[in-house]
Design a protein around this ligand. Sequence first.
Ligand SMILES: Nc1ncnc2c1ncn2[C@@H]1O[C@H](COP(=O)(O)OP(=O)(O)O)[C@@H](O)[C@H]1O
Ligand SMILES: [Mg+2]
Length: 315
Amino acid sequence: MSAVIETQDLTKIYEGAFKGQDVHALTKLNLTIEAGEIFGYLGPNGSGKTTTIKMLLGLIFPTSGKIRILGRKDFGSPAVRRKIGFLPEGAYYPDFLRGEEVLSFFGKLYGLGGADLRKRIDWAIELVGMKHARKRLVRGYSKGMRQRIGLAQALLSNPDILILDEPTTGLDPIARKEIRDILSNLRDEGKTLLISSHELLEVEMISNRVGILSNGVLQTMGTLDELLTSRDVLLQVGAMSAEASGKLTAAGLEIEDQVKDNVKIRVPDQVSVYDALELCKTQNVPLLSVAPRRETLEELFVRIVGAAERAKEQS
Ligand SMILES: Nc1ncnc2c1ncn2[C@@H]1O[C@H](COP(=O)(O)OP(=O)(O)O)[C@@H](O)[C@H]1O
Ligand SMILES: [Mg+2]
């Protein structure tokens, strides 16, 4: 196991002007992100995602706790920092620059220059699919194009780790899909990604592992297979007789929906799928498909964050 990002009891309290106004933005966070994974860092607005990210980048200091990046304690040092690409939340780029000029500006900030910088810019622009628009002014870019230039900026130093704060927020479905594809390609190239988001469908589609944050406390963390519990099995069958339908219902199966010759039958957890299939066979019910169904990430999120908020209200 090689943890790329590791935190131990990481805590941030923003001090208020008066006593009692302190904000406990993050409390004892223990996070482990392994090499080559896309980690989805989830939580409602104000739950502490950006605060965590800023600490990982060394932009703000923890109140207490430890951080290790690539196994190193000096995670804020230039040597480690160069290995991390960062796309801030709602990144803004000057309107009067061309796409490639934005990258040149940031490249120089990273200490790149000359032919090396030009090569990197070409490479990053190609990766995010912005070759056609590199000479256009950012002013005329769509939100999706701005976000792609932002990603190219994060990629300039060819970092091993990418930290992206809400990369798909505010994008239309096509732009989201494009960004998602770029991110999975980067993962396939061996990069490690930390993506914060409150858009669950997005995260469910691309993450290997997720953590759910609520009020600065990590509520749960794991792979989607570990976290999303299985609910039931859905059988889709063709037309059946009234007699068959009666037998199935008597056996505890539930007819969920019926459109012409397509019947959806729910097999609840307490009924064996094999028994259900056997019954279909003996009743000559044509089988179209069998699919296990599990809780969606959205359902998990609502369940976990909801419970955490209720617990907080009661304390
Ligand atoms: N600089 C700051 N000073 C005081 N409070 C802050 C500061 N930055 C964030 N907060 C508070 O910390 C909490 C977590 O914020 P943030 O990390 O931005 O959440 P998220 O990114 O999940 O929306 C919020 O209550 C927010 O208001
Ligand atoms: Mg944020």
